[in-house]
Structure formats: C-alpha cells, structure tokens
Ligand binder design. Structure first.
Ligand SMILES: C[S@@+](CC[C@H](N)C(=O)[O-])C[C@H]1O[C@@H](n2cnc3c(N)ncnc32)[C@H](O)[C@@H]1O
Length: 231
C-alpha cells in the first residue's frame, strides 16, 4: 500500500480524528497560519490576490484555516491521494474559496506559478531526507521575494532516546484525548511510511535552499513548525 492509498482509505474520517491524533492541534496549526499570513496580507494591501501552495494538502485542513484567517487568498493544493483531495475540494467549494487541486507526487515538479506562501502540514516527513532537501529547494524557488515557506511537521528526536520519549509522550496524550486501540493501531500502520528528520537538520536545509530568518516557531515534542522567508 502506498502512502496515498493509506490516506485515501481514511479520507472520510480523517478530519474528525485530527484533534485526538495531534494533541497540540490549535497551537500547531495556529502558529503555521500566523507564520504564513504576513506576506499574504501584504499582497492584499498591494491590491494583489495572494497565492498559496499547500504541499501534501490532504483534506485541506491547513488551506481552510489559512483561507479563514486571510480571506481573499487563492490556494493550490497538491497531494497524491485523490480521495483526500476530493474532500478538500468539497470543503473549499462550500466556503467559496478560490482554489485548484493538483494530484501529484511531492517529488514531481511543483505546479507552475509564484507563491506568496508555500505551506505544508504533516506531509513532507513521508519523503526521504534527499527528497525533503530537493523539495525545499523547489519550494524556495517558487516563492516571490518576501514570500514565506512554513512547514508544520512531525519531526524526529535529535537522539534515539529523545525520539523514544517523543513517542511515549504522544501515545500517552492521544490515549488521554480518547484515541482507542483501533485508532492508535491504524495511525501506527500509516506511520510505517514516516521518515521524520530532526528540526535542526531541516532548518539547515532551508537555509541552504536560500531562505533567511529561518527558525522553529513552535515545538511540542514531535510536532514542530519551522520555516523562513525568501530574501
Ligand atoms: C497526515 S496527511 C496531512 C494532510 C494535511 N496537510 C493536514 O495537515 O491535515 C499527509 C498527506 O500527505 C500526502 N502525501 C504524503 N506523501 C506524499 C507524496 N510523496 N506526494 C504527495 N502527497 C503525499 C498524503 O496523501 C496525505 O494526504
């Protein structure tokens, strides 16, 4: 089963389970929106429609939050899972948000265009480290000057001991929040596709790709939001 098949299989119930499986949901997505919003608001103030590219957009969770925070954005959603994208398109259409969905692998060339923000949530950790670095270079090249790249991500611990601790804390938190054994087993099955990397490595790759003001804006155990700005 590919990673896209694994997510397509749960497309109908994906959104409902998110707040249990991402215990820091509000701060995690909220920080991502805060980090991505300034160039979008600047584009609007300059009389331009802000363009946003959402990599591994799934059911459109992050795209919808961005569109609610900055009305007037135009979104391009990329994902390899057609059923996930169908849910996203339905939700964006229902809210009248201008968008296009592109079924593609994150290793493919990005949809043509220049973007005020390239964002991603919980998707890039499915790529190899070489794939992440290559995608970061392509994402940075697709930004307008002053545009931002923000990745809300599941990351690896910097040491094996910390990585084990991240997993213990996550398991305890999602159990407290009501995930049952079946939901945890299904999440762990999907996590067999994961290849997370530590935050420090990924911030280094973003700097190497040409971003400035690279930082980790939020981190709670295995959940981190990091990114930077195109000079
Ligand atoms: C955990 S979901 C995250 C969805 C959404 N960004 C969110 O925050 O809820 C991961 C998504 O990444 C997509 N994905 C994973 N690897 C991919 C790849 N190599 N190419 C395209 N999409 C990929 C999956 O299909 C899935 O929809």
């Amino acid at each position: 089963m590919t990673v896209a098949d694994a997510f397509d299989a749960v497309a109908g119930s994906y959104d409902e389970a998110r707040r249990r499986l991402v215990p820091c949901f509000d701060a995690f997505y909220g920080t991502t929106v805060e980090a991505a919003a300034p160039p979008l608001r600047a584009a609007l103030a300059a009389g331009r429609t802000p363009e946003v590219l959402d990599l591994g957009a799934g059911t459109g969770l992050l795209s919808l939050l961005l569109a609610a925070a900055v009305p007037g954005v135009r979104l391009t959603l990329v994902d390899a899972a057609p059923a996930m994208l169908a849910v996203a398109a339905d939700q964006l259409r229902a809210r009248g948000v201008p968008h296009r969905v592109v079924r593609a692998d994150l290793a493919d060339p990005l949809p043509p265009g220049r973007y005020d923000a390239v964002v991603s949530a919980l998707a890039i950790h499915h790529l190899t480290d070489a794939g992440k670095r290559a995608l970061y270079r392509r994402a940075v090249a697709a930004l307008v000057p002053g545009g931002v790249f923000v990745n809300a991500e599941q990351v690896a611990g910097p040491t094996p001991a910390l990585d084990r601790r991240y997993d213990e804390v996550w398991t305890a938190r999602i159990t407290e929040l009501g995930s049952d054994a079946t939901e945890i087993a299904a999440a762990r099955e999907r996590m067999r596709h994961d290849r997370p990397a530590p935050v420090a490595d990924q911030c280094g790759w973003l700097t190497e790709a040409g971003l400035v003001d690279v930082d980790c804006f939020f981190k709670e155990w295995r959940f981190a939001v990091f990114g930077g700005r195109a000079a």
